[in-house]
Ligand binder design. Structure first.
Ligand SMILES: NC(=O)c1ccc[n+]([C@@H]2O[C@H](COP(=O)([O-])OP(=O)(O)OC[C@H]3O[C@@H](n4cnc5c(N)ncnc54)[C@H](OP(=O)(O)O)[C@@H]3O)[C@@H](O)[C@H]2O)c1
Length: 323
């Protein structure tokens, strides 16, 4: 099968398109004929091996343990391991697997769900990681309730476009921060108020939010806290600095350390895709409450170009790969 292969950590120059063996699946895994895959920051971290703790987290010390990159996918079940009960060959699925930038990928049954019936494969292929991150950030860590005010910083990107829609669907009043060129997009997602970060300061003291979800821009903790209600919850999803050792996570660590000493809750998280949350996203998508936003779609041979576009940090929603 054709696949993108990476034999060492590095830039997109480390990626090659090759013919390789189809992956072998474990008993609880599904072999998926990939129709589309999603590109996100996790892919970039595993390609570069940065920040370095990624390598210690089991992804390979000197080189990627899985030479075929790509995690988010949508496609058709080709075969199932003997312990797989929820899927059969021919089923259309979406979720998270291993080696999604290829014609076939393997995925545990626990990180797959039936594809939303109203989505194309390209739309479905970009949902899992960013959709799950937005859902878990708002529900589990932000504990957002109907009527609360929620500030989403980085509202126009991969996670942000899901977060705005999910927060609105949960009954929150949403203020979204993005660049001027994305205002129309973010308004179309249902945001109640929009701030262009080049012209307005969300921390000018005029408004205080019950929940702040910080996904982009790397604002300092003191600025974020200034915009947060006295008992509010700050959830830091991420923010890239390119640093080799911490890659922007130092803010997250400081937030956790400070939280017990202040009235606000300052937290962070690492999202985990799972079947139940994918089913929640599927239902919300089929009910028309959430629509994945696909900015660009690249063919498999152009994965390096797709990742370079992601690296620029200004995609309108998600980037897809059509296999
Ligand atoms: N914790 C987790 O489990 C988890 C899961 C997924 C992702 N993440 C992390 O979350 C971060 C974002 O991921 P993503 O996939 O959404 O990335 P993305 O698609 O590249 O989006 C980043 C967003 O940041 C915005 N931005 C840039 N400068 C800004 C500023 N000064 N103020 C406000 N917004 C600004 C960009 O908006 P404009 O284009 O409008 O400038 C863009 O929408 C990454 O660091 C990623 O690693 C964490």
């Amino acid at each position: 099968m054709r696949a993108i292969v990476q034999e060492h950590y590095g830039s997109t120059d480390a990626l090659r398109i090759r013919d390789v063996e189809q992956p072998e699946t474990a008993h609880d895994e599904v072999l998926v004929r990939v129709r589309a895959a999603g590109v996100d920051r996790g892919v970039w971290h595993l390609m570069t091996g940065r920040p370095y703790p990624v390598r210690l987290a089991g992804y390979g010390l000197r080189a990627p343990k899985n030479p075929v990159p790509g995690m988010d996918l949508a496609g058709v079940v080709e075969a199932t391991g003997k312990d797989v009960t929820g899927f059969r060959p021919g089923d259309e699925v979406f979720g998270v697997g291993t080696g999604a930038f290829a014609e076939y990928a393997r995925a545990p049954q626990d990180t797959l769900a039936p594809k939303p019936s109203n989505l194309t494969f390209e739309q479905a292929g970009v949902v899992a990681t960013s959709g799950t991150a937005a859902l878990q950030a708002l529900r589990d860590h932000g504990q957002v309730e109907p009527g609360q005010s929620v500030l989403v910083i980085g509202a126009s990107g991969g996670v942000g476009t899901f977060a705005v829609q999910l927060a609105k669907a949960g009954g929150a009043e949403v203020t979204a921060v993005c660049s001027a060129s994305k205002v129309d997009l973010v308004r179309s997602l249902g945001a109640d108020r929009i701030m262009d970060y080049e012209r307005e300061d969300f921390a000018d003291g005029r408004r205080h939010y019950d929940v702040i979800l910080d996904i982009g821009g790397n604002s300092s903790l003191s600025r974020l806290r200034r915009a947060l209600a006295p008992k509010g919850r700050l959830v830091i999803a991420g923010g890239e600095t390119g640093g080799r050792w911490l890659g922007g996570t130092d803010r997250q660590i400081r937030a956790r350390v400070l939280s017990p000493f202040v009235s606000q809750t300052l937290t962070t998280f690492i999202s985990r895709a799972n079947h139940d949350d994918l089913m929640i996203l599927k239902r919300m998508i089929e009910d028309g409450k959430v629509t994945p936003i696909v900015d660009r779609t690249y063919p498999l041979s152009e994965v390096p170009k797709a990742i370079r576009y992601l690296e620029e940090g200004h995609a309108r929603g998600k980037i897809a790969i059509a296999a």
